[in-house]
Structure formats: structure tokens, C-alpha cells
Design a protein around this ligand. Structure first.
Ligand SMILES: Cc1cc2nc3c(=O)[nH]c(=O)nc-3n(C[C@H](O)[C@H](O)[C@H](O)COP(=O)(O)OP(=O)(O)OC[C@H]3O[C@@H](n4cnc5c(N)ncnc54)[C@H](O)[C@@H]3O)c2cc1C
Length: 489
């Protein structure tokens, strides 16, 4: 959409069209005007890539809120915020059922009952899914629902480059190609997703550069536990930056993890074997690789047979086949890589940040639900529950004693300058990969922080052209700096 078509001000700007942003938008009444921005096309997000599904307690005969809470706390090393976990677990089922009303189809058995799968760290089968493309199904259907809302304007390929607080709201500078504008809003929900691109290898798509966290940090919001980074144990071990994920559900359905000698080895590290939480499995792989001096690891699910595998894991089957691996006949080469961020912009139970009228939901937020390590399939649930709660809290504010942002004059934007020096992002990634991967390298953290700080100062103080390259590099440097500063304590 041409930026000139946008209004001067909105009640709410939502930065991001992943599950958190989409579901927040669906929870505003028609009287609230919303502008939803996506850095690339609206379907491109971490949400769209989710494979495994959404964890929630729908079967109270065989499962309970207490079991789900306990599993979440065990995975999180009991560093979780218990009130946030309780809110997530108890309110989540209602939100998941509401997504069905918006058209999301989860797999069902012949009797029409929802099929629930198991993933690492879950003591019960409670993950509802759409084959192995759950996120795409959810995003596709929720996008269709949001597109029908008369009060929500969606603008694709529109990046927020900077944001400032003003009286009664925010001023966002946005960019679409080489067109710039300033848009004003009374409230803002940051739903800008993860930080994967701060690493050399990640399961996250290219939008995941931590922009929302950088914007919040620059405005002075509290950022919490950014060093709580999750590495997925079983990404496809290929040469691309964006590593194709082999979902935990593959181990949930019985895949074995093998070392370079094609032997199972998890019994050496954890009695839960392949179904230990993902941080445990990731660390076990790294320790096993050090023990054997070899980085080759495999998943073996061949024994389930072609027919079952094609039906249950069509995305993974096709994705691996593209890389020349037929999972019904071949071992799948895997290795840990960056996957998820537990920390982020600090929020309360209503997704409110420490700044007035600024909210954060989904992966960019730190609600405290995940503690030190996220339980598989709890993040889509978090995006739903706290995306909704952000919208509900804003509606409460609007209905109470509230002053809206006034029509504002836009100022000229100076976006011209030198191009970003080549290799800036690569340098940031290499520092992070060395200093702060699965088992952090204590020796490299301090030196890494010093180098990142120098890059950050250069980016902040130089006169660079404001474009996607520059803004993303600034975000990556900011994120890397906060992580290493936290780790260096
Ligand atoms: C491969 C993979 C598999 C996963 N599997 C599962 C799973 O099975 N179950 C589960 O619960 N979780 C899973 N996750 C995690 C989960 O998908 C994410 O945590 C969750 O979807 C994040 O949703 P979100 O709405 O917070 O952010 P995202 O879905 O990442 O959306 C971020 C949005 O912000 C926009 N944005 C970012 N910066 C800007 C900017 N500067 N200006 C404008 N827009 C911006 C982007 O364009 C995008 O629209 C998986 C993640 C990956 C990568």
C-alpha cells in the first residue's frame, strides 16, 4: 500500500502480522482504528513456519492444567513467572478454540475428535496441530479474518525504522521502499517476533532481526532476560543460513537420535532420552560431539514407513526430499541451531511494558511464561493469550478516562547518508555464534561485548542512509549487545 494512503493517526499501531499481532487485531471492537504493519509480505513470519502445533489442555480426563503448568515450570528451570504460566495455561484453551471459529483446521481422528500429539517435555499428549504446517494454517486463516475487519488497515513491506514517545502516544517513522512517513498513534503493540538473524544459523526467517526490542529499548522500556536464548536440537544440518526445522514432534512420534557412529546416545545424558526438553537435548548433542570429536548427528524415523511419514509430516518429508534426503529410507542429518527467544520486552499480565501505552506480545515480549527455556508449542499459545490481553487492556483504557493522540504535523525525514559498510551483519553473527551458542564460551563473551559495543557506536553515530540494511544492522547490534552485557555479569 502506498504510504500516502494511510491516515495521519490511529488509535493503535500493531508492529507485526504474526499470530500475536493478528490475534490482537481480532480482539478490538470496530470503533478502534488499527494500523497493522508487516516488514515484508504479511504471511512472512516465524508464526508461518511453526510446525508442531499449539499446546493446550482440552482433554480434562487424561490431562489437567496442573500437569501443563508443571511441565512448563520443569522446562523453564522454575525461573518462570507462575502467574503468567497460570494465565497462559488456564486461558489458552479458550483462545485455541476461538481460532477454530476463525477457520483454523486442526487434525481430527475418524470420530471428529482433535488429535493431540506429544513433544519433548510434555507429560501428556496435548498439542493440537495441522499436519506439520500448523503455523501456516493459523496465519492463513487469521489473516483472512483480519482482512475482513473494517477498522484494521494492513500495510505490507512497511518497516518501522524508529519510534518515539509523544504526548498521549507515539510517533512511528515508517518506510516502504524509498517512501517515508510519520504516523501517530495513541497506543502501540509491538508484535515484531524474534531475533534469529543475530546468529549465523537459525530456524527464523529474515524478518527476525529484533527490531521491536530495539525500538522499545531506544524508548527506554525495560528489556528482560535477553540472554535466555533457545537452541533447537534438531535443525536440518545444511549449508543455508535459514535452517529447516525437524520438529520435536518427529521425536514425539518415536524418532531416535543417533551420533556419528549411528548409535543412540541420549541415555548418557538424560533419562528422558529423546523426549528431554530441547535445551537438554541441544546440550547433550554438543557434549557428545565434543566426546567423539565429530559434529555428525542424525534422526532416524525410517521404521514408521513412507505412507505414515508422508501423511503425518508432509512438510518435513518434502523439505528433506528437496535436500536429497528421503526420511522413509535415509537418516536425517541434524545439528542444533538458534530457534527462539524466551526473554524480551518486559511485560505484565496484560502485555503492558514498563512504558505507558506501550504493549508487547508474542516472541518479542518477556511475559515470564517460559522461564529459562520454552516448553515446546507454548509460544503460539503465548502469542494468542497475551495478544488478546493487550487488546483487551487497551480497550479498557479507551473506555476509561483517556486522551487520544491529537492530529500531528509530520516533519521532514532525513534518510540520506552513506551505505552500511559491507560485512557489518556478518561480523555481529560471527561474534554471537562464537561467544553465545548452546554452551556459552565464557572467554569469548567479554571480548565479543567489546567488539559489538564498538559496532553499535559506529552505527548510532555515523551518518548512514536509513534503509532496511541499516535499520536491521542497528537492531542486531543492539540485541547482541544486550545479550552479551547480560551474559558478562
Ligand atoms: C521453524 C519454526 C518452527 C516453530 N514451531 C513452533 C511450534 O510448533 N509451536 C509453537 O508454539 N511455536 C513454534 N515456533 C515459535 C513460534 O512460531 C513463534 O514464537 C511465534 O509464532 C512468534 O509469533 P509473533 O507473532 O510473536 O512473531 P512473528 O510470527 O515472527 O511475526 C513478526 C512480525 O513482525 C513484523 N516485523 C518485525 N519487525 C518489524 C518492523 N521493524 N516493522 C514492521 N514489521 C515488523 C514481521 O514482518 C512479522 O510480520 C516455531 C518457530 C520457528 C521459526
Amino acid at each position: 500500500m502506498k504510504l500516502s494512503k494511510l491516515k495521519n493517526s490511529y488509535d493503535v499501531i500493531i508492529v507485526g502480522s504474526g499470530i500475536a499481532g493478528l490475534y490482537a487485531a481480532l480482539n478490538f471492537p470496530e470503533s478502534v482504528s488499527v494500523l497493522m504493519l508487516s516488514k515484508q509480505e504479511r504471511h512472512i513470519s516465524n508464526s508461518s513456519l511453526a510446525q508442531g502445533g499449539v499446546a493446550c489442555v482440552l482433554d480434562t480426563e487424561n490431562d489437567s492444567f496442573d500437569f501443563h503448568i508443571e511441565d512448563t515450570l520443569i522446562a523453564g528451570g522454575r525461573k518462570n513467572d507462575i502467574d503468567a504460566v497460570r494465565t497462559l495455561v488456564e486461558e489458552g484453551p479458550r483462545d485455541v478454540l476461538r481460532t477454530i471459529e476463525y477457520g483454523v483446521e486442526y487434525d481430527r481422528d475418524e470420530a471428529g475428535e482433535l488429535i493431540k500429539t506429544l513433544e519433548g517435555g510434555h507429560s501428556k499428549r496435548r498439542i493440537v496441530h495441522h499436519k506439520d504446517t500448523s503455523g501456516k494454517e493459523m496465519v492463513d486463516k487469521l489473516v483472512m479474518a483480519v482482512e475482513k475487519l473494517p477498522n484494521v488497515t494492513l500495510s505490507d513491506e512497511t518497516m518501522v525504522t524508529s519510534m518515539q514517545r509523544i504526548t498521549n502516544g507515539f510517533k512511528a517513522t515508517i518506510m516502504h521502499g524509498d517512501e517515508f512517513r510519520q504516523i501517530f498513534s495513541s497506543f502501540c503493540i509491538l508484535a515484531s517476533g524474534g531475533i534469529g538473524r543475530v546468529y549465523k544459523y537459525t530456524t527464523n526467517p529474515s524478518v527476525a532481526t529484533g527490531d521491536g526490542i530495539r525500538l522499545a529499548y531506544e524508548m527506554g522500556a525495560s528489556i528482560k532476560n535477553l540472554s535466555y536464548v533457545q537452541f533447537h536440537p534438531t535443525a536440518f544440518n545444511g549449508a543455508n543460513r535459514e535452517q529447516f526445522l525437524i520438529s520435536e514432534a518427529v521425536r514425539g512420534e518415536g524418532a531416535y537420535l543417533l551420533n556419528c557412529n549411528k548409535e543412540r546416545f541420549m541415555d548418557r545424558y538424560d533419562e528422558r532420552l529423546e523426549l528431554a526438553p530441547r535445551d537438554v537435548v541441544s546440550r547433550s548433542i554438543i557434549m557428545e560431539s565434543r566426546r567423539l570429536g565429530n559434529n555428525s548427528f542424525y534422526l532416524d524415523i525410517r521404521y514408521k514407513g513412507e505412507e505414515y511419514l508422508k501423511k503425518r509430516f508432509p512438510g518435513i518429508y518434502a523439505g528433506c526430499l528437496k535436500q536429497g534426503v528421503d526420511i522413509s529410507k535415509d537418516l536425517i542429518p541434524v545439528f542444533p541451531c538458534h530457534h527462539y527467544l524466551m526473554g524480551g520486552i518486559e511485560t505484565d499480565l496484560n502485555a503492558k511494558t514498563t512504558l505507558p501505552r506501550l504493549y508487547a506480545a508474542g516472541e518479542c515480549a518477556c511475559t515470564g511464561v517460559h522461564g529459562k527455556n520454552r516448553l515446546a508449542s507454548n509460544s503460539l499459545l503465548e502469542a494468542l493469550v497475551f495478544g488478546r490481553r493487550a487488546a483487551e487492556d487497551i480497550v479498557r483504557c479507551i473506555n476509561a478516562n483517556f486522551y487520544a493522540v491529537k492530529e500531528q504535523k509530520e516533519e521532514a525525514i532525513d534518510y540520506k547518508g552513506a551505505p552500511l559498510p559491507k560485512g557489518t551483519r556478518t561480523e555481529i553473527r560471527e561474534i554471537m555464534q562464537k561467544a553465545y551458542f548452546v554452551i556459552p564460551d565464557e572467554g569469548a563473551i567479554h571480548e565479543g561485548k567489546r567488539r559489538i559495543e564498538a559496532i553499535l557506536n559506529r552505527l548510532r553515530n555515523g551518518k548512514f542512509a536509513v534503509n532496511v540494511d541499516y535499520c536491521e544492522a542497528l537492531s542486531l547490534a543492539t540485541i547482541a549487545y544486550i545479550i552479551l552485557r547480560e551474559a558478562d555479569r
